[in-house]
Structure formats: C-alpha cells, structure tokens
Write a protein that binds this ligand. Sequence first.
Ligand code: ARG
Length: 288
Amino acid sequence: MRRPLVRALARPLVLATAAVAIPLMNAAPAASDTIVVGGFPIDVSQSPWTVALSSRDRFGGTRSGQFCGGVVVAPTAVLTAAHCVGEDVLGAPANEVRDFKVIAGRTDLYSDAGREIAVSDTWVNPEYDRYSNSGDFAVLILAEPLPETSVIGAAGAGDTAYEAGTEATVYGWGDTTGYGSYPRSLRAARVHVLADSRCERAYPGGPEGTYDARTMLCAGEIGGGRDACQGDSGGPLVARGRLIGLVSWGSGCARAGSPGVYTRLSDVLRVLGGTARLGGAAGPSGGR
Ligand code: ARG
C-alpha cells in the first residue's frame, strides 16, 4: 500500500476507492504520430488519452463547454493543470461544480461523439504555487472508467524523452492564433523539448511566472511559430509515445524567445508518491 499520496489527501477514502495507478513506460512503444498555434487537425482516435474539460453552465454550450484539456493516465484518473480547476476559473470550488465533466472521444466539439463522464472528485497538488505557476497539476477522478486503451503511460524521471532536442507533440482545442480563435476540432502541434536554460532566460521571474526546471519543462521552437495557447492548458505533451508534460503557461503564444512551459510529468510522479500509485487499494501487482 502506497502511503505518500494518501497522507496528502484531503479525502483519502474517495481516492482510495479509485485505486488507480499511472503506468510508467520506460521502453519505447510505437510512436503515436499523429492548438494550438502552427498545428494540424487530428482525430482524437489518434490520441485517445486527450480529453476536454467541460462545464456548459460556466462556459456555454457551443463548444461542448470546453475550457481546458486533460490526459487520461488511468481508467478513472485524468491529469490536468491546477490552474484549470481554480475557483477563479470555475466560479466555485471544483467539487461543487455540478456539471463538471470530462469529454473523451470527441474530436469535433460541435458533435455529440464520444462520452461525457462526470468528475466525482478533484484533487489539486498541494505544492501548486499560483504565483510562480510551480507544480501546476490536479487529478480528476472519473465517475465511470474509460477503457485501458485510452490510457497513456508517463515518462519516469531520467527518461530520454525529457532530453533537450526531443521532438514532442502537444494536443488541444485551444486558441490557434493567440488572438482568440477557438477551433471546433482537436489539433496538434510538433514542438521540441528545449534546454531549461532557454526558459530560465525567458522567464527569470515576472508577472506570468518564474521558470523552475524541477517542476516545469520547456518546449517550443527556437524561432517560435508552433506552441500551445489559451484553452490548451492541462492537455498532453507527448514524446516517444510517453507523456512528459501538461500545458501550463507561457508569454503570449508561439512567440520567438517565449517558449511554452509545461508541468514536468516526472515531478507529478514524485508528488504522487514516486511509484506513481494513486490511492492505496491496488495490490502487489496492483493496477500495474
Ligand atoms: N494558460 C493557458 C491556458 O490556461 C495555456 C497557455 C500556454 N501558453 C503557451 N504559450 N504555451 O490554457
């Protein structure tokens, strides 16, 4: 039984019953080839772990109520950005938002494809710092499970997928221009993992945030042009078939010299208890 996360939880029983584990992937699986500014359209079947967070009450029904992205890391667990589930965004504590849902399998937000699943519990990283943006992640527990085939494994600490120069893909339904053009359908963009020094130089401490390589990851293109943007937050950054980041923040979108900043997945795993187990009920081989 893993204790660290359980100890940190406000409502341990609720999460313990979820008993989910984030699979770690150390071998390279088939690259899933398959926003976002400078991107391309993609069908969600190519990245079934990419989900939309929705509240029609709060954000209107036109685009299925989409306001952030998320990533399926276990059949009943979705990772997103902590700043997506703040009271300032949702208008109330996340656990009080009645129509807070995760939408899986819906490429076109104007359609009713896929499934809408209620969020039964929201757990925000207690180390999240809204001023620096450090530790920007939250775990959403789903009321019903998604299939294993929707789950993506995370890259553990030291995984080569985190190396500067690695090609990565970011997915989302966010702004495609940086000027408020929200697409109907899912998009993806190819970016590269950048050296931490680039983001340290770009974000030494300012109104947007302060780059901290321990909890954040820097990705984009040296000359700009391809990036995540508003509305993509919480969504996945995937390299070598493994989840390495969650869209978190940046200065503008796709600007040269202002790369995208992502929540570093290896730090998420550290907070969740090293072996990435969420909840305590998983047995010895528990949930893998
Ligand atoms: N904070 C934004 C959101 O809530 C994501 C911004 C990402 N920006 C970037 N340039 N990569 O959707």
